[in-house]
Design a binder for this molecule. Structure first.
Ligand code: ATP
Ligand code: MG
Length: 593
């Protein structure tokens, strides 16, 4: 019920269009029910040659005796020359109103769905990092594309049929009586019986559909993974393996879709068979009692009367699917971002005095601490290097500063104030990040560097690129700064990509800079150059450098040594070497002492 309400909420802005659509639907159904009238006047005209006459119901023998309500309508007579015009008019009106009503309904459906998808995407993008760390890309894509499409089918088809068909049924009822007289009762008695399987199958359908859509999310994940890791797939000759994996998942989807299909398809024949019993019974009597014109119109009406039931059952199936999709979509929309602004969050001014980690502990998952009791102070303008073995928690440590995650225990202060009390936008505004895995967007070089400051003048972008030693190779690209970088930056080398992402951080010109292995993919020569650029860049900023290569961080003001989530040593290069311990061991390993 809740889901229906929320879905209907998306239709609210289009009340006027919907009203027009409903009005036209009404006109359509009126014209539609006149079809049996045209059948009558054509046959009646054929019999009488010169005129058409709507006469009284003939006497129906035994049925008269059970005192069914009888009604008398005035006889009506007109020339047969009018028949073609009447037929034309009926179909013209029907066609026109069908067009307008369907078109309006479809537009409303499309618009509502566009809004849902836009809202969903906007919501997903605002969710916190913890939401994404579970590798749910495929699932999210499936939600925004497939599920929203299912809703669209639901909204458009369902709305068209759910509004239209009841009217069609309603308008047929007097006509069934008009043409068939008391015979109509036989046809109507069967009517409710037809609804039983519709309701039952609808429930089954919703269950199967839910499972099918889970599997479809898996397909998306599989594809996303294979396509983005294509180099690994090929290098390890795993094409065949991936194809087979895809086929297995796809088979699951197929099985569920097959069941969904069967449930959807069975409804129609089932209704037809039950309906046919009623119709057959009526025909049996009707053939003997009713004149040809009346009998033909009666059959037509019966057909028009049962036809909507089939459509309704199909609409019911779509509705069940849409509700299942809506349930998942709204569940996603109800997901709250974990990292939020406090009610009275203050903006962080670009003037940084100090950064303090006070007994910070952190766990991605409950109980599994990856950082424990980290405590250190950094003054403005200081360059702090963070070293430690892989998995020691270096990236996690700096991610906390950006509030990708919030600390589990302890607190982080900037200018003596907890970072959770700052406005998140202003906090991130103050921090430049060069990530460990460089990520470039499928956009021009210019846009990739100016990401975050898209209105930056070309001159500034160039300066940033020069400082990152990227300008040179950018000039050699086919369209220079306008060159669009292929998917995941395939047209650039690892080092070139890294320099672009350094330029990106330079252009932002933030007071705090985080370099996570910023020079790891550069050769010794470019590393030396980039190192120089970074040294220039670091001047006047508070910098956190993470590096495996200890040669790159020897001039740091201070080195923090992490080991299994604990801060085990801190000091200058010389002091730490004298001290021995983890740092000395790392150092000796690298320099082969
Ligand atoms: N999103 C995540 N969810 C759960 N655990 C994570 C997540 N990211 C990292 N971890 C775990 O946290 C620990 C520290 O990871 P982190 O990435 O901080 O290490 P690191 O010091 O940066 O290593 P490297 O030098 O290899 O980059 C690891 O044990 C890792 O498995
Ligand atoms: Mg790391």
């Amino acid at each position: 019920m809740e889901i229906y309400k929320r879905l209907l909420g998306y239709l609210k802005p289009y009340r006027a269009r919907l009203a027009l659509a409903v009005f036209c639907t009404l006109c359509y159904t009126l014209a539609h029910s006149l079809v049996s009238v045209t059948v009558f006047i054509v046959l009646n005209g054929l019999q009488n040659k010169d005129y058409v006459v709507f006469g009284q119901m003939p006497k129906l023998g035994f049925l008269e005796r059970i005192h069914l309500p009888s009604f008398e309508l005035p006889t009506l007579q007109f020339s047969t020359s009018l028949v073609p015009f009447i037929v034309m008019a009926v179909f013209l009106l029907r066609g026109f109103f069908e067009y307008v009503s369907r078109y309006q309904m479809s537009v409303v459906g499309l618009r509502a769905v566009r809004k849902i998808r836009d809202d969903l995407y906007a919501h997903i993008v605002r969710l916190s990092m913890n939401f994404y760390s579970k590798g749910r890309t495929g699932e999210l894509m499936s939600r925004t594309m497939y599920d929203v499409n299912v809703i669209q089918a639901g909204v458009t088809d369902v709305f068209v049929d759910l509004v239209k068909q009841p009217f069609v049924i309603l308008f047929q009822i007097p006509l069934v009586f008009y043409w068939g007289g008391p015979l109509a009762f036989i046809a109507l008695v069967i009517f409710p019986v037809v609804l039983v399987p519709v309701v039952f199958l609808g429930k089954q359908l919703r269950k199967t559909e839910r499972k099918a859509q889970e599997q479809i999310a898996n397909i998306h994940s599989e594809m996303q993974e294979t396509f983005s890791g294509m180099n690994v797939v090929k290098a390890f000759n795993m094409e065949q393996y991936e194809v087979r994996r895809f086929q297995v998942i796809h088979k699951n989807v197929f099985d569920f879709l097959k069941r969904t299909m069967r449930l959807t398809i069975i409804q129609r024949p089932l209704i037809e068979v039950i309906g046919a019993v009623a119709v057959a019974f009526s025909i049996w009597y009707g053939m003997r009692i009713l004149p040809l014109d009346r009998f033909a119109s009666f059959l037509t009406t019966l057909f028009l009367f049962y036809e909507p039931l089939k459509k309704l059952s199909k609409a019911n199936a779509s509705l069940q699917q849409a509700v299942a999709a809506g349930t998942r979509i709204f569940a996603l929309m109800d997901e709250q971002p974990k990292i939020k602004n406090q009610p009275n969050a203050a903006p962080l001014t670009p003037k940084i005095q100090n950064v303090q980690y006070q007994d910070v502990s952190f766990a991605y998952e409950n109980g599994k601490f990856v950082l424990q009791n980290i405590r250190f102070d950094v003054r403005s303008g200081e360059i702090v290097a963070i070293v430690g073995t892989s998995g020691a928690g270096k990236t996690s440590l700096v991610n906390l500063l950006l509030r990708f995650y919030d600390v589990t225990q302890g607190r982080i202060l900037i200018n003596h104030r907890d970072i959770r009390d700052y406005d998140i936008t202003s906090l991130r505004e103050s921090i430049g990040l060069v990530t460990q895995e460089t990520f470039l967007f499928n956009a021009s070089v210019f846009e990739n560097i100016a990401y975050g400051r898209l209105n930056a003048p070309l001159e500034e972008v160039k300066q940033a690129a020069q400082a990152a030693f990227a300008d040179e190779f950018i000039q050699l690209l086919p369209k220079g700064y306008g060159t669009v970088i292929g998917e995941r930056g395939v047209t650039l080398s690892g080092g070139q990509r890294q320099r672009l992402s350094i330029a990106r951080a330079l252009l932002k010109n933030p007071p705090i800079l985080i370099l996570d292995e910023a020079t790891s993919q550069l050769d010794t020569e470019s590393e030396r150059q980039v190192q120089k650029a970074l040294e220039l860049l670091m001047v006047g900023r508070t910098v956190f450098v993470i590096a495996h290569r200890l040669s790159t961080i020897q001039n740091a003001d201070r080195i923090l040594v992490l080991d299994e989530g604990r801060l085990v040593q801190s000091g200058t290069n010389e002091a730490l070497l004298k001290e021995g311990g983890v740092y000395k061991r790392l150092h000796d390993l690298q320099f082969n002492v």
